[in-house]
Design a protein around this ligand. Structure first.
Ligand SMILES: Nc1ncnc2c1ncn2[C@@H]1O[C@H](COP(=O)(O)OP(=O)(O)OP(=O)(O)O)[C@@H](O)[C@H]1O
Length: 261
C-alpha cells in the first residue's frame, strides 16, 4: 500500500440500482488523518456512498468512474480491512445475542459475525481485542453476553470490533442512531478518544448535532450528489435549509450545531 497517496479518491462516481442513479457524479478525496462528517437527510445516499468507498457497491464503469484506495483502483478484502473498520447498524443487528462481547470483537479479525472453532484465535488477537475494548471504555463488558447490553454498549462493542485490524479509518454509519442521552455521551467520548489517537474518521449522520468539534470537514449530500464540502462554517441556516428542504435555523451549544425547523 502506498500510504503517501490519499486514503480514498472517487472520480466521476455514479451508482445505479434498480434503474435509478443513487449516487450522481461524486468527486471526492479523503486524506489519512482527516475527520469527515457526511451529512444528509434520510435516503440522500449517505450509506450508498460508504458502500461504494468500501467496495460493496460498484460504480458505473460506463461513465469512466473510479474509486481508488491509497492510489490503487484494484483492491482485495485484506486491503479494505486494513483501510477501513466499519461500524453500522446493519452489522450490529446481524449479531447473535447469546455470544460474548469478546467473541463479537474477535470476529473482526475474520470479517465474520462471531467466531467459530475453525478460526485460529491466538493470544496476540486476544490482547488486541482487549485493547480495542479499552479504547472505547468497554473493557468491563468483555465477558458479558450481547443480549444483556444496551444499544449504546452494543455500539461500542461494534466499534471495538472495527478497531482490531488496526484500520487507518473508522467509518461510523449513524453511530448515534437510537441511543439515549447517556448512550450518545459515551459513544461521543469514544469517538473523541479515537480522534485523539490520530484515527481517520468518516462519520455519516442526518443530524448536525452529532458532529463534534473533532470533525473539521463536512460534506453535504442530497439526492445522491455532493452539494457542499467545507469546514464547520458551512452549517448555516441557508445551507441546511437547502439540504433538508425545509426552513432551518441553527444555534450553537457547547461547540455543537443544533438545527431546528
Ligand atoms: N441496493 C439498493 N437497491 C435499490 N435501491 C437502493 C439500494 N441501496 C440504496 N438504494 C436507494 O438509494 C437511496 C439512498 O439510500 P441510502 O441508504 O444510501 O440513503 P441514506 O442517506 O443512507 O439514508 P438513511 O439516512 O435513511 O439511512 C434510497 O432511495 C434507497 O432506497
Amino acid at each position: 500500500m502506498n500510504v503517501s497517496q490519499a486514503l480514498i479518491e472517487m472520480k466521476n462516481v455514479f451508482v445505479r440500482k434498480e434503474d435509478k442513479n443513487i449516487l450522481n457524479n461524486i468527486n471526492l478525496k479523503i486524506e489519512c488523518g482527516e475527520r469527515v462528517a457526511i451529512l444528509g437527510q434520510n435516503g440522500s445516499g449517505k450509506s450508498s456512498l460508504i458502500k461504494t468507498m468500501t467496495g460493496e457497491y460498484r460504480c458505473d464503469s460506463a461513465r469512466n468512474g473510479n474509486v481508488k484506495i491509497y492510489g490503487k483502483e484494484l483492491w482485495n478484502i485484506f486491503d479494505i480491512r486494513k483501510a477501513f473498520g466499519i461500524v453500522s447498524n446493519e452489522i450490529q443487528t446481524d449479531f447473535r445475542k447469546d455470544m460474548t462481547a469478546e467473541d463479537a470483537v474477535l470476529s473482526g479479525f475474520f470479517g465474520s459475525i462471531g467466531t467459530n472453532r475453525s478460526q485460529n484465535i491466538d493470544d496476540n488477537m486476544r490482547k488486541k481485542a482487549d485493547s480495542a475494548l479499552e479504547s472505547v471504555c468497554a473493557a468491563q463488558l468483555k465477558g458479558r453476553r450481547l443480549k444483556t447490553f444496551s444499544s449504546g454498549e452494543m455500539r461500542r462493542i461494534i466499534m471495538a470490533r472495527a478497531l482490531v485490524n488496526d484500520p487507518e479509518a473508522l467509518i461510523l454509519d449513524e453511530p448515534m442512531n437510537s441511543l439515549d442521552i447517556g448512550g450518545k455521551y459515551l459513544v461521543r467520548r469514544s469517538i473523541e478518544g479515537l480522534a485523539d489517537t490520530g484515527h481517520t474518521l468518516i462519520m455519516v449522520t442526518h443530524d448536525p448535532a452529532d458532529i463534534g468539534p473533532e470533525f473539521k470537514r463536512i460534506i453535504m449530500i442530497k439526492d445522491g450528489a455532493m452539494i457542499r464540502d467545507g469546514g464547520v462554517n458551512i452549517l448555516t441556516n441557508e445551507n441546511l435549509s437547502e439540504l433538508y428542504g425545509v426552513s432551518v435555523s441553527v444555534y450553537k451549544i457547547n461547540e455543537r450545531i443544533i438545527a431546528e425547523y
